[in-house]
Ligand binder design. Structure first.
Ligand code: SF4
Length: 232
């Protein structure tokens, strides 16, 4: 498919998605941003949790609907002060319909507990609600099609801090191509919420030496949340 045809197809798909969610305003986003999977500014969205979950679980707005087993909407406290956002469900998550339940998820639970928080007291979600085949990186049109679910989840939860897990989640949420190694350890603004990028737990399973780096990021989050820091 030629580039102009691909552009027309993607813009049509985005328009259909926005319309189905009751969004009338056309995003004035540059094509280069759309192409990189970046969405428009927040649009009016009054969906309740029930509506949002129902829409997500029946969603066929992108090609991933054809290959998923379960939609992974998100789990945890809907009044959480801390929200974790990953890139997309993996095989275990796709099977169970729950986020971060595989080995990486078990490590995430340990990290959360080390912060002095119970896993059920945070909210965990992904940028994409359906698993990309073979865990390939999300495509820009898939991110655009799915973005309003996460945006509405954040708006409903109103967390104090979002922790973006891994390169793809951080770059997608922050609309940047800056490497995760440069992003982590710093707070950014995500629609009025402080966002801390850090390494993905799956990366830590392959690079255990980086656990100390993630722990540094977690302590910055704990400080922001007013949680007691471990004594040195
Ligand atoms: S990834 Fe998101 S937009 Fe695509 S089908 Fe799943 S819920 Fe819908």
């Amino acid at each position: 498919m030629t580039a102009p045809a691909r552009k027309r197809k993607l813009l049509k798909q985005i328009a259909t998605t926005e319309k189905s969610f009751g969004v009338d305003a056309w995003p004035r986003t540059k094509w280069s941003e759309l192409e990189r999977g970046l969405d428009a500014p927040v649009k009016p969205d009054n969906r309740s949790w029930d509506e949002l979950e129902k829409q997500a679980k029946a969603c066929t707005q992108c090609r991933l609907a054809k290959t998923r087993t379960e939609v992974v909407f998100g789990s945890g406290s809907r009044t959480a002060q801390l929200m974790f956002v990953g890139e997309a469900p993996g095989a275990d998550e796709d099977e169970q319909g729950l986020p971060f339940v595989g080995r990486a998820g078990q490590l995430l639970t340990k990290i959360i507990e080390a912060m002095g928080i119970k896993r059920e007291d945070v909210y965990i979600a992904n940028c994409l609600k359906c698993r990309p085949p073979e865990n390939r990186p999300p495509q820009p049109d898939e991110i655009n099609a799915c973005n309003s679910f996460l945006l509405r989840q954040v708006a409903l939860i109103k967390p104090k801090v979002i922790c973006a897990l891994g390169k793809h989640a951080a770059q997608t949420l922050l609309r940047t191509e800056t490497p995760i190694g440069e992003l982590r350890g710093n707070f950014f603004d995500y629609h009025g919420v402080k966002l801390m990028p850090t390494y993905h737990p799956a990366y830590l399973l392959r690079n255990p030496a980086e656990k100390a780096t993630v722990w540094k990021d977690c302590q910055l989050i704990m400080k922001e949340l007013g949680l007691p820091l471990p004594k040195k």
